[in-house]
Design a protein around this ligand. Sequence first.
Ligand code: FES
Ligand code: FE2
Length: 432
Amino acid sequence: MNFAPPQTASSPETLPPSGLPEWEGEGSSRIPFWAYTDPAVYRRELDRMFYGNGHWCYVALEAELPKFGDYKISYVGERQVIVVRERDGSLNVVENRCAHRGVRFCQKPRGNARSFVCPYHQWTYKLNGDLAGLPFRQGVKKDDGEVQGGMPADFDLKQHGLTKLKVATYNGLVFATFDHDAPSFEDYIGPDVLPWLNRIFDGRKLTILGTNRQRIPGNWKLMMENIKDPYHPGLLHTWFVTFGLWRADQQSRMVMDSEGRHAVMISQRNAGGEARAVTEGVTSFKKDMALNDARLLDVVPEYWWKGPTVTMITLFPSVIIQQQVNSLSTRHIVPSGPDCFDFVWTHFGFEEDDEAMTRRRLRQANLFGPAGFVSADDGEVIEFSQAGFRQKGAEGSTICELDGRGVAPTPHMVTETLIRGMYGYWRKVMEL
Ligand code: FES
Ligand code: FE2
């Protein structure tokens, strides 16, 4: 499998000479199309949302790297990093870029190593990113004793390691940041969203069930929006509305952190009655649709649900954590230019699961992933959105005004408040 993303990062030459566009008007309920398409805006986003300003980005699950030396390639924004397990059990995250001539030296997506050696001139790095040594540092001694070449006498190995990221592990999740002044991960997530993370990640050991990857030709924020948008699931997704997994009359709650950047959509299946208004005139509702294999929806309640059957968590800017009945996944957003992102799904369960539960989680995972009965719709509609923005040009904007123009947690799902929350924050950090 090819894990490398396309090299389509916008270059400075493509920036408009006038700099960044102006966001006219107040608030965050009308998002200009250029927020999704402009290369200069995108460059500032990478710097502020992914590489700086105290943002933590998801890079892995600990269960992917159980043993000393286990590593995987991951991303923070467009920058490729290596997540690796140290001898003492801790995790390092270092940038996959040689200090010598900038080579992306590690090419295997996963493996086990005691050190990293760049293939070009064999500079060798410890697992923590320190430069351990390099060939011909003292030059080459000829037979007559004369020494040729070598690095300058003041060349200091300690000054030339890999770029090291600050790392946070949280009950099996691994996050990293280039910003060494970032707040603690717990402070970053905040007290409103953290309990919902704890509900799934309470310290139980995770098991990895599989991964999918897809490339979606749309702006990365559209994926965040999609999972902050409880308006669409009961309308876009035939599967959800027909089989009752997500209906607008379900008992629901929208939670967000104090900044408006992280959120949780919480809902409980079949707990809100069966209002006809929810399916009447909804063209995606297929009354007569039935499953050939009913095991796809063999839902078994779990003790840790404590009510909700669905929690969709968006941790800005890089990851979505999905619990939809018995199916669990992390979905890593890897931006690649303003018009494209890679979406990496890791489906997981718990070590305490019996074989039947593991099979069940795997069967239900068919709803999700690139070709999932539900998620294929989202990938497609994001592509359609980006196409629409390009068609209209810079002068238009989206409308996110369901349930008003303000930003507040809500006790129902007939709202676009979480999207407004994210763009309120985005606008502030971007200074637009
Ligand atoms: Fe890596 Fe020269 S570029 S050793
Ligand atoms: Fe969706």
